[in-house]
Structures are given as C-alpha cells and as structure tokens.
Design a binder for this molecule. Structure first.
Ligand code: FDA
Length: 309
C-alpha cells in the first residue's frame, strides 16, 4: 500500500515542488545522491575506487519531453566521461543512461532521438575506455528499450541491458540475453506496475528474481546482480560456485548510500561490486523510488523534516 502510494507521489507535480524546495531536502538527498555536478560524481567515484569498488554513474533525469533537454543530458554524459578519462577512473567506472532522459518519450521520432543520443554516449564511453548500461524504466518502455539496445549492440556489443525480475516476461528475456559478451543487470524493478504485467507480492518477486538469476548465472553472459537483499546475494554466491564461475565473470551492484558496509565486505572477499552513483539536480523521482522500497528510508526522511523543519 505504502509503496503504491509513494510511487503515485513520484508523478505529482505539487508534491514534487514542495519536497524540492523544502530546506531540509538537500541534506537528506545527500545520503542517496552524490551531488549535483560532474565534479561531485568524479569525487564520489574516486572514493569508491579507492575502496576497491566499481561505479556506474547516472546523470539524474527522466521523462524528458523537450529536445533541448535531451541534448543537454547527452552532453552532461560527454562531459562526465571526459572528466573520468582525465582522472584515470574509467577502468573502474561506467555510466548508466535512462533512455527517457535522452529523448525516448518525445512525440514522433523519440526513439530515433534516443538512439542517436545513446549512440553518441556509447562512442564517448568507448573512447574513454569504458561502457554504457541502459537503465530500464516502466513496462511501457521495455520493448522500445530492448530494441534500442539491439541497435546499439551492433556497433557497441559491450552495452549493458537491465531486466526487472517483477515483470512476467523477464525469464524469457534473460534467456534471449544470456549469450557470450552480453552484460545484463538483473534488478527487482522499481516502478508501479499493473498485475497484468508484473508480480505484486514481495515473495513472488523474490522467487521470480531467483528464476531469472538461475538463467543468467547458467548462461554464457556477464550477469550484474543488482540487489541489497542478503538472501539473493547468498544465492548468487552459491550459483557461482555451482557453475564454476570465476569472480571476474559476474558482479554485484548496489545503490550509493545503501548497505555500504555490505558493499565493502563483498569487495574484501574478492567479489566485484559496482555502486550505482546518481548525481544531478533532478533527484526527485529517484528519491521517491528509494522511499517506496524501504519504510526505514522514509522514516529517515521524515525524521530529518521533523528535526530541522
Ligand atoms: P528490497 O528492496 O526488497 O530489499 C531486500 C532486502 O535488502 C531488505 O529486506 C534488507 O534486508 C536489505 N536492504 C535493502 N535496503 C537496505 C538498507 N538501506 N539497509 C539495510 N538493508 C537493506 N530498478 C529499475 O526498475 N530499473 C533499473 O534500471 C534499476 N537499476 C538499478 C541499479 C542498481 C545497481 C540497483 C542496486 C538497483 C536498481 N534498480 C533499478 C532498483 C531495483 O529495481 C530495486 O528497486 C532496488 O534495488 C531495491 O530492491 P532490492 O533488490 O535491494 O530488494
């Protein structure tokens, strides 16, 4: 119930304005978001890499309905990749791109605009010595995003995909994408989705995650296991042993500010752990999805409002 209500709030312009302008918001946001500028993102990456972690950087923003904004987002990635290259950080850091932020939702030729912008980011990533992963958004975009992924992979086969375990279709998508050279991030899924396309209950989503994970870990691709769930982390380690997977043939992924000790614990055991690092001004939708996942995150936010506001 709470999750559904919060995910609805993520679309409310009025609430968004209230939260964005609340004086306490910035300090609360800092726990989950690395800052607003490329320099902030580079600084956070340097710290993570210093701890033996990897990073995937996300320039915040989604649902762009403006060509100029889509171009500005693309250019923000180009600046970021240049800075990561200058700092010698691209061996440990890639970028995550939301296609809706680079034009996918524009009326008319949105998919074409998004493909061209994403292609430019892929070129810059390759020139800098790193890769791009395409984030997955709500289910109405899944076919379009996988279509754009296929087009990008013709020239940039290293481009990563994201599949969401809560969607009924995902086990099949895992089979299609579990081939050699294919980087696939598996996550539970963060959007409010109808019963017709997605499992609703926690335990159904967890079971679906395990089924999809089994396909990826048994396959020839490179699984990117994105979860903070200790049971799923343990199952992944077990599947890796069972399939004789070397530690460099898959990676764990977690979000910036969530279970940082677990991130370091796994890295200390020799596992590859990549931290998803969001940065930028457009943090509202991202933050609301984090609140919806975990009441403790919401409590943390409300406590800050009560104390400071
Ligand atoms: P869940 O939220 O169910 O948490 C499971 C357990 O993890 C909890 O019961 C608790 O034990 C532990 N836990 C979680 N948070 C904790 C905390 N703060 N402190 C202590 N323990 C905690 N989604 C999407 O739709 N599209 C995308 O492209 C992506 N991309 C993405 C990248 C990466 C790197 C990650 C980690 C996640 C995503 N997601 C995503 C989000 C994803 O779909 C999902 O919403 C969140 O990861 C939360 O799901 P968990 O698997 O962590 O389980």
């Amino acid at each position: 119930m709470l999750r559904r209500a919060l995910l609805s709030l993520s679309r409310s312009g009025r609430v968004r304005h209230l939260v964005e302008t609340a004086p306490v918001s910035r300090s609360v946001v800092a726990r989950f978001v690395a800052g607003t500028t490329a320099e902030d993102a580079v600084a956070a990456t340097r710290v993570l890499v210093g701890k033996g972690l990897l990073a995937s950087l996300d320039h915040l923003g989604e649902d762009t309905l403006d060509v100029a904004q889509a171009t500005a987002t693309r250019d923000a990635y180009l600046t970021l990749l240049r800075r990561l290259g200058d700092e010698g950080l691209t061996a440990g850091a890639e970028v995550s791109v939301k296609l809706s932020a680079v034009g996918q939702a524009l009326p008319g030729d949105g998919e074409k605009v998004a493909l061209e912008n994403a292609r430019t980011v892929c070129e810059a990533a390759r020139a800098a010595g790193t890769t791009v992963t395409l984030d997955m958004e709500d289910h109405t975009t899944t076919d379009s995003t996988l279509g754009i992924l296929r087009d990008l992979r013709v020239d940039f086969p290293e481009t990563g995909a994201v599949l969401q375990a809560y969607l009924h279709r995902t086990e099949g998508d895992c089979r299609d994408l579990a081939h050699a050279g294919s980087r696939v991030r598996l996550c539970k899924g963060a959007y409010r989705e109808p019963e017709s396309v997605a499992f609703q209950g926690r335990s159904d989503v967890d079971k679906a995650y395990v089924r999809a994970l089994k396909v990826l870990m048994a396959g020839a691709g490179y699984p990117m296991v994105a979860t903070h769930d200790p049971r799923l982390v343990a199952i992944t380690e077990d599947l890796a042993r069972r399939h004789g997977r070397a530690k460099d043939s898959f990676e764990f992924q977690m979000l910036y500010g969530i279970r940082p000790h677990e991130q370091e614990r796994l890295a200390a055991q020799g596992q590859q752990v990549r931290v998803y690092v969001p940065y930028g001004d457009e943090w509202y939708g991202y933050l609301v999805r984090r609140m919806a996942e975990r009441p403790a995150n919401l409590a943390f936010f409300l406590r800050s409002v009560a104390t400071k506001g």
